[in-house]
Design a protein around this ligand. Structure first.
Ligand code: ATP
Ligand code: MG
Length: 377
């Protein structure tokens, strides 16, 4: 695959962030037109589409036998190209009239994980070509997130971004528009939910309804933050007894649940250390000065930033609207405006359309893939 430049990204008119939890689409001139759960409900007998996005998500766990809720994206990969196409086509179709959609979809840019293999890249391209894109640019998600969170990625200095997603966190050190060192760890919002669910099942023999997990861990962690030990009260949790199947309420000490999620957090800290080890000393010095920025929905996990601060000794900042950083970064690249966020540490130099000399600074982060002509269906 050839390397592309910021210039080719500015020719794109639509940016797509295909996430395991949510699909986000930004269209030039229209803004963020889609921010919906990555879910599709289909009739298993006829194969027809019943619902997509929010409506499909609401059906999960409550469907009769003939309806299946499919999640076409997992771990940052499109795992079901046909369903992903139908989902994107419907979600965009609800927002843009047909003619405008055809024009907008011609040139698209999409995020892929920083360690995406050729199959993963191909799947992302085929998904978008199936909804009308004739040319698809690929950008590594941590680069997009770094730009979207306002980091001065095109400068000759190190910036660290943690993209905390659904089942994984991508850690990247970026300098001169490319990733210098990176790593991925299997910690995300869902991993943490599962740790809490597993703990309640093993320790208290309690099964929680799936939609109750998030409010539960937020209630547990939000009170004092991960490991801060500020909160001392107990919490009542309702669920189903594993053995009898009957409804039951148990009283839980939040501290025990914090213990349950310590293991995935330790994995994250270990990977940060590994990435730092891979960095040249000059960049590590930059990072020691500026710290790291958390992007992705799981960055909102209460107490996560404090925990990272405490264990790494580095400054940790949660980006503004962290869940939108990747798609906002793509939007900034499309508009040729890569300016640091006002809360970023660097404001003066990168003002205006900060395409660096040669504009190849993003070459390591973006690939261009021409695709055979196809029309939006
Ligand atoms: N306020 C919050 N507190 C804790 N976790 C949250 C919060 N908001 C979102 N999350 C978690 O963030 C995750 C979704 O983040 P995001 O939208 O960045 O993922 P994604 O882009 O769809 O997935 P990925 O990039 O991993 O493919 C979910 O696991 C969700 O539970
Ligand atoms: Mg994401």
């Amino acid at each position: 695959m050839s390397c592309s430049t910021l210039e080719s990204l500015t020719r794109c008119s639509v940016a797509v962030d295909l996430g395991a939890a949510r699909t986000r689409v930004y269209a030039k001139g229209a803004g963020l037109i889609v921010d919906q759960p990555s879910a599709v409900a289909v009739n298993t007998y006829s194969g027809s589409l019943i619902a997509v996005g929010q409506a499909a998500e609401r059906m999960a766990g409550r469907t009769p036998q003939h309806i299946e809720v499919i999640r076409p994206i997992a771990n940052g990969h499109v795992v079901d190209i046909e369903m992903a196409r139908r989902m994107v086509r419907t979600l965009i179709g609800e927002k843009l009239p047909r003619l405008r959609r055809r024009r907008t979809m011609q040139r698209a840019v999409v995020t892929v994980p920083h360690d995406a293999d050729p199959l993963t890249r191909r799947a992302a391209v085929e998904t978008l070509s199936g909804v009308g894109a004739r040319h698809v640019e690929l950008v590594e998600a941590p680069i997009a997130a770094a730009i979207g969170s306002g980091l001065p990625v095109v400068h000759p200095e190190g910036a660290m971004v943690l993209l905390c997603g659904t089942t994984s966190t991508q850690i990247a050190v970026v300098s001169l528009g490319a990733i210098v060192a990176a790593g991925t760890v299997g910690l995300g919002g869902d991993t943490i939910h599962h740790s809490v669910v597993q703990y309640l099942r093993n320790r208290h023999e309690l099964l929680l309804p799936s939609q109750d997990v998030r409010p539960l861990h937020l209630a547990l962690l939000g009170s004092g933050g991960v490991g801060t030990g500020v909160y001392t009260g107990t919490i009542e949790v309702q669920g189903r007894d594993v053995v009898s199947g009957l409804a039951r309420t148990v009283t839980i000490d939040p501290e025990e649940v914090r213990g349950a999620i310590q293991t995935p957090l330790t994995g994250l800290l270990d990977t940060i250390r590994i990435v730092l080890h891979r960095c040249p000393p000059d960049l590590v010095a930059d990072l020691a000065e500026h710290g790291m920025v958390l992007a992705g929905g799981t960055a909102l996990l209460p107490g996560l930033a404090e925990q990272l601060r405490e264990h790494t000794g580095m400054a940790v900042q949660v980006a503004e609207e962290p869940e939108l950083c990747a798609v906002n970064g793509l939007a900034a690249m499309m508009s040729g405006r890569i300016t640091p966020h006002p809360t970023g540490w660097d404001s003066p130099a990168a003002e205006g359309t900060a395409v660096p000399a040669g504009a190849g600074a993003l070459a390591g982060g973006a690939d261009a893939v021409p695709v055979p002509g196809q029309d939006i269906g």
